[in-house]
Design a protein around this ligand. Structure first.
Ligand code: GUN
Length: 288
């Protein structure tokens, strides 16, 4: 039997339509739209494309965009000064520094400089600490998107075995904590985990977030498991054209799993949607 396809693109579109309506009801009360500042450094083409996507989504739901771009040769103090100014700017509810920064740029000082209540990426130690303690706070967008997708699809988490493969600060680590908060039994596996198949085969829910094309094959998945693919890898097809693939052998795993996210159209559209969600939350809290 073929798996249910978890359509993140459709859910993202629905949530964005709802948010656009909420923004329109709030603007007359607050006197301004929610505002998001996405800061980008250097010329990484993938980062430029992601940032364009974020700004377009922002406009689509009626939020204001305060993005800035810095040359990789600019002094890092320029980025820090901008963050400090945006922290004080009443029109701005969310600030995000697009990662990775160019070689030679330390991401820690800018991430620490962002006011925690405007940290819509959830990467400030204050927000990571709140997540660790199970307290309310802004949380990372990709893991939040995965949780929202699982919850909307009615996939039970309490008491289930969840295996997250990949220990990044953007996805694997925060997602493990969110699954734990939802009462799953969580295993966080990574590149040094011996016999990964033995670990993933025990999982009721497998999340792949390593950035290795086709790492999870059908024989590594328990029949009936839910498979979430966070990987976004650009590969070349035999005819030389470029193709986006996840970390999962999609065609074979979907014959074993009960439910699966496609790439593209699964987790990806949920990430930017959760960025808008966080910005709207920050705006609401600021204007209660
Ligand atoms: N680069 C890739 N994903 C992300 C993300 O979620 N946030 C930031 N700041 N940079 C990224």
């Amino acid at each position: 039997m073929s798996a249910k396809i978890l359509d993140g693109k459709a859910l993202a579109a629905r949530l964005q339509t709802e948010m656009a309506e909420q923004v329109q009801t709030w603007i007359p009360q607050v006197g301004r739209p929610p505002g998001l500042a996405v800061l980008r450094v250097g010329e990484d083409p993938a980062s430029a494309a992601y940032v364009r996507g974020k700004e377009r989504a922002c406009e689509r739901v009626g939020m204001a965009s305060f993005g800035q771009h810095f040359s990789a040769e600019a002094p890092p103090s320029q980025l820090l000064d901008t963050i400090l100014r945006l922290n004080q700017d009443e029109r701005v509810d969310g600030i995000l520094v697009q990662l990775p920064l160019p070689p030679g740029w330390d991401p820690i000082p800018p991430l620490l400089a962002i006011e925690p209540d405007k940290d819509v990426d959830g990467l400030h130690p204050m927000n990571l600490g709140r997540l660790l303690r199970g307290e309310p706070g802004l949380q990372s967008c990709t893991p939040l998107g995965v949780m929202r997708l699982l919850q909307t699809e009615g996939i039970p988490l309490s008491g289930k075995q969840a295996v997250v493969v990949g220990r990044s600060i953007l996805v694997g680590k925060p997602l493990s904590l969110m699954l734990l908060a939802a009462d799953a039994t969580v295993t966080l596996a990574h590149s040094r985990t011996p016999d990964l198949a033995d670990v993933t085969r025990r999982a009721d829910i497998v999340v792949m977030a390593v950035g290795k094309p086709n790492l999870l094959s059908a024989d590594m998945v328990k029949p009936g498991a839910v498979v979430i693919d966070v990987g976004i890898n650009r590969t070349l097809t035999p005819d030389g054209s470029s193709q986006l693939v996840g970390d999962v052998c999609y065609e074979e795993v979907k014959e074993v799993a009960a439910a699966i996210t496609p790439v593209p159209g699964g987790v990806g559209p949920m990430t930017v949607t959760m960025l808008l969600h966080n910005t709207l939350e920050s705006y609401r809290l600021r204007n209660r």
